[in-house]
Write a protein that binds this ligand. Sequence first.
Ligand SMILES: C[S@@+](CC[C@H](N)C(=O)[O-])C[C@H]1O[C@@H](n2cnc3c(N)ncnc32)[C@H](O)[C@@H]1O
Length: 272
Amino acid sequence: MEILLEQTEWQGIKLREVAGADRREIPGGTFYDNFYKTLRDQKGLENLDAGWLRQKRSVSRWIETRFLEPMKQRIGDDFKILSLGVGLGIVEVPWLENGYRVDLQECQKSSLEAVAQRFPNATIYIGNAMEIPCPSAAYDLIVMNALDYVFDRKAYETLLHEAARLLRSGGILLGITVSNLDLKTLVSTLLSKTKQKLLGKSLRRVNESIKWGWSRTLGEHLRAGRRAKLNAETVFATTPPDSELVPLKIPSLLWRFYWPNARTVAIHWNKQ
Ligand SMILES: C[S@@+](CC[C@H](N)C(=O)[O-])C[C@H]1O[C@@H](n2cnc3c(N)ncnc32)[C@H](O)[C@@H]1O
């Protein structure tokens, strides 16, 4: 199952005020380009929310210790990583600093100006993550952190097919979602939508929000992965909500019906 998410602000920027914001459309490249310019000009990239930065750095470190370091030991220095929808590159910069071979991808380039200056040899693909101009089987590890929500069901399946195409046989796709649909979120979203309908569209919050993307259940992610012929090896979740990502022990037949009570869920898929 998946449901539409609405959002009013991000990093203190009112989303309706960003040039190119359209209440009826899920944001695309033009919106994100203007968003990052607004963030830089209004707030300053040195004033990003401290809790948000901490969470990004902790995910970066978790991926490095759980995936990058073991892969380095197994394959050597030569393995290649692609990270999709990297935003400001906060998760990926420590890996570049530590000498990993990381290619970056984003739908706009404003957010990556500083990273491009600092790492002039880094490969940066600008465009749609569903269609990357790169030969097949080029990567050992593909990371998508907080990107899945942008895509509806059909587009998400296309995205996973593209990631599968770009992976070498035996390669890993790591999808980390920060908008996992758990029961609590589903009930509160349905209640708030019903309230909005009953009270009419003049409610301030309704007018201030934009369509932001999709929140989906773990079962929905796994279904999309199966369609792209990706094998879900391990699912991790933050249970309790503020903890580190830990592996979930769920009998494989029940994964489809299991709704982890966590906003952040990570799926380690293997390409055979
Ligand atoms: C929530 S941000 C996550 C950024 C980064 N991965 C992180 O964890 O900080 C989602 C990012 O996806 C990018 N994006 C949106 N649509 C995209 C698309 N079709 N292809 C590639 N990137 C996209 C946005 O520009 C934005 O930077």
